[in-house]
Design a binder for this molecule. Structure first.
Ligand code: ZN
Length: 323
């Protein structure tokens, strides 16, 4: 191949509850360009979501032939990587998404869960690079996760491992969208951050009043991040609580898995040490036998909102390498 001849174009697409993010990704995990489309929602025909995927891919491809597409879906993907079994924020229910998209686009398509894809990206080129055993937690609206053992992302017997967010940490605790109560993500997630801060609006002075225009319903995670940076006590205490609960949950995972590193990604991780310092302290406090063992470092993910798309693209690159 000469330098004038471009290599194959591989696109990763992350399909989340609010947006579809497509990225051209090199085999070295570098993001060349991205495009974002709005996800039509979960109460629409699945074809509309697939239209949005196609448009995002076309935005990135700009007329060039696409060699392979990796799709990271915010939902349960079966062990074969063929079907999305269930996705709380998308209309896919036991849908053969991989084959349908491959037919529709006439190209190679690979499919996996978004957190598994994020873990693949961090493992190959990010904060877990070189690790044989790792835990990856993605904190956004809820908590997603993935387990790495022996250098491989573990998908479980049915493809559904790593759903840490719905481990019960408080019996009869806060109700969760999953239908259960007291799930970890009800105490440590973007949703938890907003709920904690919202409960204090109107009761004490806080910059958040102004940021949300006096309407607690309009309060968002990024507003709380901004207020915390400006020294707002309510915002800082919300992060301290969410960070503490993060560490408590991580202590359970570390007790079970003994990883060499814990990586925290997702939107909430943009707060960096404001989230991770209380998490590290709680991990040391809550982990069994902490003084007598190696407590793994808790690192912020390298890949931000692009992690799922990068990991999905790497899955597609690996498949190209096999063919
Ligand atoms: Zn739950």
């Amino acid at each position: 191949m000469t330098s004038a001849e471009p290599g194959p174009l591989v696109v990763g697409v992350d399909v989340g509850g609010s947006k579809v993010l497509a990225a051209e990704v090199t085999d070295g995990g570098e993001v060349v360009t991205t495009a974002v489309r709005v996800t039509p929602g979960r109460l629409v025909e699945a074809a509309l979501v697939e239209d949005a995927l196609g448009l995002a891919v076309a935005d990135v491809a700009r007329g060039r032939p696409v060699a392979a597409i990796g799709v990271a879906a915010a939902g349960f993907v079966d062990a074969a990587g063929e079907r999305v079994m269930f996705a709380p924020h998308l209309p896919w229910r036991e849908e053969p998404v991989r084959a349908r998209l491959a037919d529709r686009w006439g190209t190679l398509v690979l499919l996996d869960n978004d957190a598994n894809c994020a873990a693949r990206a961090e493992l190959a080129h990010g904060a877990a690079k070189g690790a044989t055993d790792a835990v990856v937690v993605t904190m956004g609206t809820g908590i997603g996760g993935a387990v790495v053992v022996g250098g491989q992302v573990q998908r479980g017997r049915n493809g559904m491992s790593g759903e840490f967010g719905h481990a019960q940490v408080v019996p009869d605790g806060q109700p969760c969208e999953c239908g259960h109560r007291g799930c970890w993500e009800q105490y440590s997630s973007g949703n938890a951050l907003v709920r904690l801060a919202r409960a204090r609006l109107g009761h004490e002075p806080t910059l958040l009043d102004e940021l949300c225009g006096g309407d607690p319903a309009r309060l968002t995670g990024p507003m709380i991040t901004r207020a915390a940076e400006d020294g707002d006590l309510v915002a800082r205490q919300a992060f301290a609580s969410v960070g503490d609960w993060l560490g408590v949950g991580l202590a359970n995972l570390v007790a079970a898995l003994d990883p060499e590193v814990v990586v925290v990604g997702g939107g909430v991780s943009a707060a960096g040490d404001r989230l991770l310092e209380p998490a590290r302290a709680a991990l040391r406090r809550a982990l069994v036998g902490a003084p007598y063992r190696v407590v793994p470092p808790v690192r912020r993910a390298r890949y931000g909102p692009e992690a799922g798309a990068v990991g999905a693209a790497l899955l597609a690159w690996a498949e190209i390498g096999r063919n």
